[in-house]
Design a binder for this molecule. Structure first.
Ligand SMILES: *[C@@H]1O[C@H](CO)[C@@H](O)[C@H](O)[C@H]1NC(C)=O
Ligand SMILES: *[C@@H]1O[C@H](CO)[C@@H](O)[C@H](O)[C@H]1NC(C)=O
Ligand SMILES: *[C@@H]1O[C@H](CO)[C@@H](O)[C@H](O)[C@H]1NC(C)=O
Ligand SMILES: *[C@@H]1O[C@H](CO)[C@@H](O)[C@H](O)[C@H]1NC(C)=O
Length: 950
């Protein structure tokens, strides 16, 4: 049918138009009118028709019926189909029904407070019933086998939903052909769609599922003001193996098929990014929004005008419905049919975007990242229609100026202000496998348990407009080895669309102590200070004591003993607690019996009730840039990068005989440093930042000092010599090895030569930043060659070492130590892709394999993505990274060993000797350093001769 051509029609103009007007609201009139028009339209196809008293000839186009349906659906808000489902649209035929017996089910209902002890029956990709399930009845009229999983009371939650992921558009391992997140073809690109770049071979799928993530919103990147449309996927692989088959409720018509306008549309999603995009200023970005939305508004207005005439029967000269293929998605934003996701950081950005939402009258689903949102919740509340949810990180911050005022208390502060809180990954920035850990941290810092769980499950599903099927006990579930908010919670099984995802799970239910939500510390004052000081609360100790301090009500004490960590005492729950007396920054008495220390407990001393807490050696940060930068992305706040030894170095620096010392560039008192100190990491060993082979000499320094000249601020001017071998194209790996070999076998004169001679004499470690097992093998050969030439064993430490488990035996035999960073592996790049996933996918991790081969293992902070150098923000979480190593090892690695991996082993591996009695000690109240119950309340510093009471 030629939709452009019309046919003349006579009709009664008095009656019809009056009925037409209320069409958007009055449902019944609407239906009546529709039938009437249908009737008229049918006649119109073959005849001129006249009736009524006033005759007039007008033209109705052939597409009138279609157009009127479209017009009536123009502003229909998306919604879920109300049809009861007997089978999921994603059901994979042949999938067996599953019964999960005896689970502790967090349902998401009742504001996240509802928990059931029950069985669960899954069939046809849906959860069919929850309660007491009688297998004999189920088995009766079924031919299919029913898989029965006995949960033994384990926790079960709906699958985790990540509202901010770049899985598949920023695929791992990172290769140029695997990065489809950012288009550079313009500032506003609402016509781009992440679905067009969904790589089905991303290694991340398996990782994220291993963390219980079942669904993710895949957003384009943030290089553009409007980066394009986002799509929700489930992470399991499908039989079709296609990108489209991953989608959950994609917008109708995505594949060009006809859209049924009689049913509500499905939600669409659009990515925006505030602040300075890849070109221009904030002013340019906001103008680009306004320009884009103005164009969309023009299209929308012409459509509305068209429809009001069409619906009024006034077809004269109307032509066809005005469409604009490029701007249609933004028109849908203006019609409230799109969830707007806006990556926005600072007050100025929220303010601008909220103004935009009101100027163009569209609601904002969520502000993402939103580091300063907690400071401006009133601004958020002014957004059009409803306040946006806020999707954020727990601790990842200060990577750029906009994230400088981040607060770990933001989730609870925003929740207190009535804003919906979501934790998100920005995978692969934070690996979505550990998205639950983001919620755990938010909980640790004060977000209530029910809200913390909802933040990555039900609230997330709701903000995606998918809570009719996700985020509750409806489709996908995860069975956990502990309470989901307990540190190290790991899935026992993950079921997506009724299909178990972990083929032979290496995980088992953890002890009872981890089966309830942790009792987290009181951070009321800290949270209030975050607001009071606009994200920059003072971090100096509240009091410094140089004489006696008595810590009482102490449950456990770990101490440094000859390069390792030992439990000094530990009392059980319910037993009387011990006491520790410190004088002049040194422990003078520690005993489970208070009386044993009575002679030290003079009056007038400071007394600290640890409430069943603990003392433990302070941790040591290795391998990050902490101490050399305030804001990673702002060169003017960092030490900068050393000259590449592979290129010519100015003679004024010393040319080929130069070597750079980190100590000369240290910046004390950065927020990362002070926060790390507050978190029990009191010293760091940091090497100069380098893009090339030779980094230089690392320094060991205090993170709590104000400047280099304070007592105890520097522990060792020089710790180790640092080099890095990487696949960078040019120079080749073999060239880098050749250079390293020459540096070690033929050390030249000058300062560089002197330090390299110390390496060959075994006096100072050579630390090699390396990932690939092949390069590690070559380094072991090189070590042998150097030792053969010098006749002396050299000290070699591997740093990062993603693939080290492949050579654990050889590394052990070569007497080489390893600082595994990140401790929980991820295949960021090709040269580090052969990693061990760890539980529940593999029994072992790189840490456990090396440990079982008696390799000296240290761990660095988990960090983010492929930051080189790794930024300092993650150092604060080193205690939890260490705890995870122990908790995940099924008893193979004790807490003392895990503490050593993050303290004494680091010192050994990086060539610093700390007399055990000189090492800092961390006092925690409520629980130990490696727990979600503990809070760091004091730092005992023998070197500085004092106790910092925080
Ligand atoms: C559920 O599991 C717990 C822990 O194993 C057990 O104590 C309890 O008896 C089980 N309940 C049922 C109904 O099987
Ligand atoms: C296009 O998508 C619709 C659902 O939106 C589906 O019913 C139809 O089969 C799809 N067509 C093709 C060719 O994939
Ligand atoms: C010791 O700590 C517990 C909390 O673990 C607290 O209830 C108790 O009052 C404390 N005891 C003393 C003597 O302060
Ligand atoms: C590691 O050391 C322990 C105790 O020293 C020893 O029993 C074990 O055989 C060693 N393991 C390996 C793989 O060398």
């Amino acid at each position: 049918m030629d939709s452009e051509k019309g046919l003349p029609l006579h009709r009664n103009l008095d009656r019809v138009p009056r009925n037409v007007r209320p069409v958007q609201k009055a449902g019944k009139t609407f239906v009546l009118l529709a039938s009437l028009l249908t009737l008229l339209y049918c006649y119109a196809e073959f005849a001129s028709l006249s009736y009524g008293h006033h005759h007039q000839t007008i033209t109705v186009p052939l597409h009138a019926q279609e157009t009127l349906v479209k017009c009536r659906a123009l502003n229909t808000r998306p919604g879920a189909s109300t049809n009861e489902r007997s089978q999921s649209d994603r059901f994979q035929p042949g999938t067996n029904p599953i019964v999960i017996r005896n689970a502790s089910i967090w349902t998401g209902l009742d504001n996240g407070l509802d928990v059931l002890q029950a069985d669960l029956f899954l069939d046809k990709g849906l959860i069919k019933s929850v309660g007491e399930i009688d297998l004999t009845i189920l088995a009766k009229d079924r031919t299919k086998e029913i898989t029965v999983i006995d949960a033994h009371g384990a926790w079960l939650t709906p699958g985790i939903v990540d509202v901010h992921s770049h899985i598949a558009v920023d695929a791992a391992p990172a290769l140029s052909g695997a990065s489809d997140a950012n288009s550079m073809k313009g500032l506003t690109l609402p016509w781009l769609r992440s679905v067009d770049g969904l790589n089905t071979h991303d290694d991340s799928y398996a990782h994220s599922i291993a963390g219980g993530v079942t669904t993710s919103l895949i957003l384009p990147g943030s290089a553009d003001a409007i980066g394009g449309q986002a799509f929700t996927i489930k992470l399991r692989s499908t039989q079709e193996r296609s990108s489209s088959s991953l989608l959950v409720e994609p917008p109708f018509g995505l594949n060009g098929s006809d859209v049924d306008l009689e049913v509500p549309p499905r939600w669409r999603h659009m990515k925006h990014a505030c602040a300075r995009s890849y070109s221009g200023t904030r002013m340019d970005t906001v103008w680009s929004y306004r320009e884009a939305y103005n164009r969309a508004r023009q299209v929308k207005n012409s459509q509305d005008e068209y429809c009001s005439k069409a619906l009024a029967g006034d077809w004269t000269g109307l032509g066809s419905f005005p469409e604009n293929f490029q701007w249609e998605a933004l028109v849908d934003v203006l019609r409230g049919k799109v969830k707007v996701h806006t990556h926005c950081y600072e007050a100025v950005d929220f303010d601008a975007f909220v103004r935009l939402s009101n100027e163009f009258q569209f609601p904002v689903a969520a502000f993402h990242h939103a580091h300063e949102a907690y400071l401006v919740s009133d601004v958020l509340k002014k957004a059009y229609e409803h306040p946006p949810a806020v999707a954020m990180f727990a601790a990842f911050s200060r990577y750029k100026r906009e994230a400088y005022r981040h607060s770990e208390f933001a989730p609870r502060l925003l929740h207190d202000d009535g804003i919906k809180v979501i934790m998100k990954s920005d995978h692969p920035a934070i690996q979505s496998r550990y998205l639950l850990h983001e919620a755990q941290q938010a909980h640790y810092y004060g977000l209530p348990e029910n809200v913390a769980l909802a933040s990555v499950i039900s609230t997330a599903a709701e903000v995606l407009g998918l809570d009719h099927r996700l985020g509750y006990i409806k489709e996908d579930v995860v069975l956990w080895d502990s309470h989901p908010l307990a540190l190290g919670a790991t899935p026992l099984q993950v079921i997506i669309d009724g299909i178990p995802q972990i083929s032979s799970p290496h995980a088992s239910i953890k002890p009872a102590s981890l089966q309830s939500s942790p009792t987290t510390p009181d951070f009321e004052k800290e949270a209030a200070d975050a607001i009071k000081y606009e994200g920059l609360p003072p971090l100096e100790p509240s009091r410094t004591v140089t004489d006696l301090v008595i810590f009482y009500n102490v449950s456990s004490v770990w101490t440094r003993e000859a390069g390792t960590v030992q439990a000094a005492f530990g009392v059980q729950e319910g037993e009387p607690k011990g006491v520790v007396v410190v004088d002049n920054g040194r422990i003078v008495c520690a005993n489970v019996l208070e009386a044993a220390c009575a002679s030290y407990m003079l009056s007038g001393s400071a007394q600290v009730d640890l409430q069943g807490g603990s003392l433990a050696p302070a941790l040591v940060a290795a391998g990050s840039a902490i101490g050399l930068q305030d804001i990673a992305g702002e060169p003017s706040t960092t030490d900068g990068t050393v000259y590449d030894a592979m290129k010519s170095i100015p003679s004024v620096v010393g040319g080929d005989s130069s070597i750079i010392k980190a100590i000369d560039g240290l910046q004390y008192g950065s927020r990362d440093a002070l926060i790390a100190h507050h978190s029990g990491v009191t010293t760091a060993i940091t090497a100069p930042t380098s893009d090339g082979l030779l980094g230089g000499l690392s320094a060991h320094f205090s993170l709590g000092s104000a400047h280099r000249l304070q007592q105890g601020a520097v522990i060792n001017d020089v710790a180790s010599v640092h080099v890095k071998i990487r696949h960078v194209g040019e120079p080749s790996v073999s060239t880098q090895i050749a250079a390293l070999r020459r540096l070690l076998l033929e050390p030249q004169g000058g300062e560089r030569g002197e330090w390299l001679k110390q390496v060959t004499k075994g006096e100072i470690p050579l630390v090699v930043d390396v990932k690939s097992a092949d390069i590690i093998a070559t380094l072991l050969v090189l070590k042998r060659d150097v030792e053969a030439a010098s006749g002396t064993p050299i000290k070699m430490t591997l740093f990062r070492a993603a693939e080290a488990h492949l050579l654990a035996k050889e590394i052990a035999e070569a007497n080489v130590g390893v600082i595994v960073t990140p401790p929980r592996s991820f295949p960021y790049t090709w040269e580090g892709r052969r990693i061990l996933l760890g539980p529940p996918v593999t029994e072992e991790t790189v840490v456990s394999v090396l440990t079982s081969h008696n390799v000296t293992v240290g761990i660095g902070p988990q960090g983010v993505e492929e930051e080189e150098p790794m930024a300092g923000w993650a150092v604060r979480n080193l205690k939890w990274d260490a705890a995870w190593v122990s908790i995940g090892s099924h008893g193979e690695i004790s807490k003392a060993q895990a503490l050593a991996m993050a303290s004494t082993n680091i010192e050994t591996l990086l060539g610093v000797q700390v007399n055990p009695i000189d090492g800092d000690i961390v006092a925690t109240s409520g629980g130990d350093l490696l727990s979600f119950e503990g809070k760091v309340v004091a730092i005992v510093s023998p070197r500085r001769g004092l106790v910092d009471i925080l």
